[in-house]
Design a protein around this ligand. Sequence first.
Ligand SMILES: Cc1cc2nc3c(=O)[nH]c(=O)nc-3n(C[C@H](O)[C@H](O)[C@H](O)COP(=O)(O)OP(=O)(O)OC[C@H]3O[C@@H](n4cnc5c(N)ncnc54)[C@H](O)[C@@H]3O)c2cc1C
Ligand code: FES
Length: 363
Amino acid sequence: MTTTVPRPPGRPTVRDRLLRLAETVTTPLLPEDYLDLVAPLRSGAALRGRIVDVRPETRDAATVTIRPGRGWRGHTPGQYVRLGVDVDGVRQWRAYSLTSPPGRRDGLISITVKAIPDGRVSNHLVRRARPGTVVQLDQAQGDFVQPATAPARILFLTAGSGITPVMGMLRAGAHGAADVVLVHSAPTPADVIFAEELRGLADRGAIRLVERHTDTEGVLGVAELGDLVPDLLDRQTWACGPVGLLDAVEAHWAAHGAADRLHTERFRPTVVTPGAGGTVTFARSGVAVSADGGTALLDAGESAGVLMPSGCRMGICFGCVVPLREGAVRDLRNGNLTTAAPGDGVLIQTCVSAAAGTCDIDL
Ligand SMILES: Cc1cc2nc3c(=O)[nH]c(=O)nc-3n(C[C@H](O)[C@H](O)[C@H](O)COP(=O)(O)OP(=O)(O)OC[C@H]3O[C@@H](n4cnc5c(N)ncnc54)[C@H](O)[C@@H]3O)c2cc1C
Ligand code: FES
């Protein structure tokens, strides 16, 4: 038997000392940077992945397949991963649902991205990312997942890129023994991401697929949904799509006492009516901007060239948390006000907070 004696905290190892010594002779680049050039996915490095394939799915969506580094701990179907990608020299973080099943034999994972108009990261990934590119990764997270015991009857309600977490569940076998209905909306048949695979599942009787082509049939209303799936409130439902769709289903399920059977995943936060803005100072960056009450501090800072930490950009991952040194901010999701007196250093999420007067951010 081997006994390992724990190292006292803070005491550097020989490797640490060598790295520190080497740092002094390789400034401004650090040894870690040189190692990244040759072995970015090595164990012990910050978690990264290498893009191995970018495959178009529709005219504006593509699946990006990634080999994650050794530290990747796997995922549960339906979860998302935060991805850091350099666009025009600036590291941008976004969240993407995993579309690959967990534990693939080749160790690869995939995300499927839909390019949105003027979207910095989505257009970069869909149209410009190439195999070989190294991206930053975070461990998978999120609770838009199925319970350990699969429900007998399931409704998946998706629209556009909202199919991605559900595809991850279907590829992991969510249809198994369950009675599964998938109602999916896209502008035209050609815009349906994973169309062939979904239609194949339906042809084999594994799921009942209802495709709604909104360019010709209009947007699906909740009342109409009831005609298509008469027992919808009795089903465990996973819904992912635009804010309007999710707001409508949440209201409907709540009004019928079925909220506990509805699980939703939002790609963007619901924003309430904004208040007044103010001057935002990013103290350590030496930048001050005037921001209105509807603009997230994250967007205000990035527009002014401040390097802002971020992740999901919708208030769920806490990748954007920074101290508010002084001033007031309003939560864009519910209008709640947070204030800080000098020295308080109250932590705020910049992606869902807007200026509510003057504020001083410790960044
Ligand atoms: C948990 C989670 C999972 C996600 N999974 C996926 C996924 O699997 N596939 C996928 O394609 N996207 C997914 N997203 C959305 C993704 O993280 C980005 O928001 C999206 O790619 C847009 O980023 P961008 O840099 O291109 O746009 P930005 O440059 O950040 O924004 C450009 C403009 O588009 C608006 N905008 C931002 N996001 C959206 C949006 N989702 N829809 C419409 N307008 C928007 C902004 O307000 C801004 O005006 C997910 C988001 C979350 C929070
Ligand atoms: S970026 Fe995820 S909580 Fe703000």
